[in-house]
Each structure stands twice: as structure tokens, then as C-alpha cells.
Design a protein around this ligand. Structure first.
Ligand code: ADP
Ligand code: MG
Length: 241
């Protein structure tokens, strides 16, 4: 579903990513881990068009994305969903409107249809009764569940998550992880940056470890956590457990 080859990105003199090769199979979950500043956010932002790589090739659903072409870039943003640490809901729009505005404007879905779909998605995550509230009236965990179903409402080919539970109170983290587990079970293609190692062990098909803008090591969770091959990976894992 997603294929990257030789992706590199500099910010000024700083090399944020170099030589990134990554494949994400359809219906699989890839968990991306690594120390702060290792390039995790930059990498997933390259996959949905928020950051433009300097070099390399990118395919989404088998189609090449021309990294130098603005409209190809825009298109990618409608095909790949993104969920941020800080939810990034539109504060001046109701929960329902947060969910319908982009499907209407970008995919041409009629308003009534978009609202029907949005209400069904809200029901799935236990938030139908919040449809007409503003985001500020919701808890962090509730806002993040809205952000996830808002991404789903675009029927994306994949959803990227950038530390989706890092800003949440411990007691609401579970409700967000449960929604993500449901999506995984249903076969949603997902790339998840997280420090939740329990989620990685349980849900990931592959764990990818990054350091200093490169992929150091990757593998299925059992092998990755059970017998990490690189010293850098072992050091990281021993510091977070
Ligand atoms: P991570 O998500 O793993 O913590 P990031 O991808 O956010 O890492 O950052 C990787 C490196 O790139 C860091 O050194 C960061 O300071 C730098 N960086 C990220 N975004 C920008 C930007 N827009 N401008 C300049 N430097 C950036
Ligand atoms: Mg980050």
C-alpha cells in the first residue's frame, strides 16, 4: 500500500532523514519507534504530503507520487489520513462539521450523506451524543477519537498516527488504543508512531526502529522485542522499559 525508496530530507544543514526504504503492506500495522529527534514525525509527514522529501521515490497503492508536483502532492493528502498528538480538530466547528467538511469539499460527498456517515462513525466510537458540541467541550480522549473517525470519513487508503496518545491522561489512553485496535482488526492499513510498547507487541505486524534519520532495524514484534540485533536498539529498549 505504501512503498518508500531512498527517501531523504534535510532541514538546512540538518539531515532529518536519509536512505529510508519502507514498505507497508495493505491491511498491515507498522509501528515506528525511536528516540526524540530521530525523524519519525518527518517520515510519516512525508507519507501524507505535509513534508516534501528532497530525494527518493514514493508509491501509494501502487501509484508513483511525484514529489515535485504540487497537485500530486495535494491528492496524496486526501488519500492518506493523519492523526496528530494534539488532535488538530477545527476549534470553531462542531464535531459533526469537523467530520463532514473535508469529505464534502475534497471528495464532493453531499452534505446529508456526509452527515449520515459521520454520525455512524461517531456511534462506533461512542460519541454520537457529542455531534453538535464544539471540540473544547470534549475530553482529550474524546477529541482524539473524533480525530480518528474524522480521518476515516475520508475513506483513506491508510491512516498515519503521530504519537496519538502522548498528550492524553493515563485513564483515557485505553479508549483511544481500543479504537485503533478495532481499526487494525478490520484491516485498516496503519503506520503508528508511539511509545506504547504494549500496543506495538499486541497489534503491530512489524516494528521499525529509527535513530538519527535512518531505519536501524525492523521485524515482527516477537523477534524485534525478544532478540533485537543492534546495540542501538537494545539501548533504546532498555531505557523505555
Ligand atoms: P521525531 O518525531 O522522531 O522526534 P522529527 O521528525 O520531529 O523527530 O525531527 C527530526 C529532526 O528534524 C529533528 O532534529 C528536528 O529538530 C528536525 N526538524 C523537524 N522538522 C523540522 C522543521 N520544520 N524545520 C527544521 N528542523 C526540523
Ligand atoms: Mg515526532
Amino acid at each position: 500500500m505504501i512503498s518508500l525508496r531512498g527517501i531523504g530530507k534535510r532541514f538546512g544543514a540538518h539531515r532529518a532523514l536519509s536512505g529510508i526504504d519502507l514498505d507497508v503492506e495493505a491491511s498491515s500495522v507498522v509501528v515506528l519507534i525511536g528516540p526524540s529527534g530521530s525523524g519519525k514525525s518527518t517520515l510519516i509527514r512525508c507519507i501524507n504530503g505535509l513534508v516534501r522529501p528532497d530525494e527518493g521515490t514514493l508509491h501509494i497503492a501502487g501509484k508513483p507520487v511525484d514529489i515535485h508536483h504540487e497537485s500530486a502532492w495535494q491528492q496524496m493528502r486526501t488519500e492518506v489520513g493523519m492523526v496528530f498528538q494534539d488532535y488538530a480538530l477545527f476549534p470553531h466547528l462542531s464535531v459533526l462539521r469537523n467530520m463532514t467538511i473535508t469529505p464534502e469539499r475534497r471528495r464532493g460527498v453531499p452534505r446529508a450523506k456526509a452527515e449520515e456517515e459521520a454520525r455512524a462513525l461517531l456511534t462506533r466510537v461512542g460519541l454520537a451524543h457529542k455531534a453538535l458540541d464544539y471540540p473544547s467541550a470534549l475530553s482529550g480522549g474524546q477529541q482524539q477519537r473524533v480525530a480518528i473517525v474524522r480521518a476515516l470519513a475520508m475513506r483513506p487508503k491508510a491512516i498515519l498516527f503521530d504519537e496519538p496518545t502522548s498528550a492524553l491522561d493515563p485513564e483515557t489512553i485505553g479508549s483511544v488504543l481500543d479504537v485503533m485496535k478495532d481499526l487494525a482488526r478490520e484491516g485498516t492499513t496503519m503506520v503508528v508512531v508511539t511509545h506504547e510498547m504494549g500496543f506495538a507487541r499486541e497489534v503491530a505486524d512489524r516494528v521499525v526502529f529509527m535513530a538519527e534519520g535512518q531505519i536501524v532495524e525492523e521485524g515482527p514484534p516477537d523477534a524485534f522485542f525478544g532478540a533485537p540485533r543492534h546495540e542501538r536498539t537494545r539501548t533504546f529498549l532498555s531505557n523505555i522499559r
